[in-house]
Design a protein around this ligand. Structure first.
Ligand SMILES: [Fe+2]
Ligand SMILES: [Fe+2]
Length: 259
């Protein structure tokens, strides 16, 4: 089984890029399924139904989120529907959304879990380690994947070593910058951050001039997603072949037409 997992998709411009290129990329990489993190798809924060549907029309099997899961409140209208293939952070205290998403491939089942890091976070969150221990008692699946959405490298790496051998893949998201530390240890594949799928000329997806202005002045003005038409597509390919596990970094650039 080969799964392409793409990091945080930023903005509608990136959705357009995926519409144009994802199928070819998936075929070139000989992947069976695509998983994505989509917490930044709608205007850089959140995921409205129209965009969720667009991801499903692209054949994406599973969608994990992050600190922006509920940034567009419309998600509450549809995230609890049984057939919706979104997993929200398990250590958030909410009745909205699934804390385990089961994905079928042939006769195998993957359980996908999403977790938020607590370091540098001002959200009241349950301990990701204790939450994962709780979920491991509950999960019934052939394979377990975790998208650990957090800022601190140390927290993600510690989580990796704690759960290595007990889950099959732990992929990091949230920083939007891909790390070069992918490895498979004790049959668990890991990367600290998959990187983003978003406009290249940007500060982690947002218009660079707006971000520079915010840093220089300290005055809050809403940021918007960069309109650069060179799109970075970052992620990993995870291989599960019997006892053999592998992880490989993917980093592509596409030019798209913007009208
Ligand atoms: Fe993000
Ligand atoms: Fe995030």
């Amino acid at each position: 089984m080969r799964i392409l997992y793409l990091g945080d998709i930023v903005g509608e411009i990136t959705l357009k890029c995926l519409k144009e290129n994802l199928n070819t990329l998936k075929n070139d990489l000989k992947c069976n399924m695509v998983f994505v993190n989509a917490e930044n798809l709608t205007q850089g924060k959140g995921l409205i139904y129209k965009h969720y549907k667009a991801l499903k029309e692209l054949g994406i099997s599973a969608i994990s989120m992050g600190n922006h899961t509920f940034s567009k409140k419309e998600i509450k209208d549809y995230i609890n529907n049984e057939d919706v293939t979104i997993v929200r952070p398990a250590n958030l205290n909410t009745e909205y959304g699934k804390e385990i998403l089961y994905v079928k491939y042939n006769d195998k089942t993957i359980a996908l879990v999403n977790m938020l890091g607590r370091v540098y976070s001002n959200t009241p969150l349950d301990c990701p380690f204790k939450t994962m221990e709780r979920l491991l008692k509950e999960i019934k699946a052939d394979y377990i994947f975790v998208d650990f959405h957090g800022d601190a490298t140390s927290e993600k790496k510690a989580f990796f070593y704690e759960f290595a051998g007990r889950v099959d893949a732990i992929v990091g998201s949230h920083t939007h910058v891909q790390t070069s530390d992918e490895e498979t240890y004790n049959k668990t594949s890991y990367i600290t951050d998959m990187g983003m799928c978003g406009p290249h000329l940007s500060v982690i997806g947002d218009d660079k001039d707006m971000v520079i202005k915010r840093f220089k002045t300290g005055v809050f003005e809403p940021l918007f997603v960069s309109t650069d038409n060179t799109i970075d597509i970052n992620g990993v390919v995870i291989d599960i072949n019997g006892e053999v596990r592998k992880i490989e970094r993917i980093s592509k650039k596409y030019k798209i037409n913007v009208d």
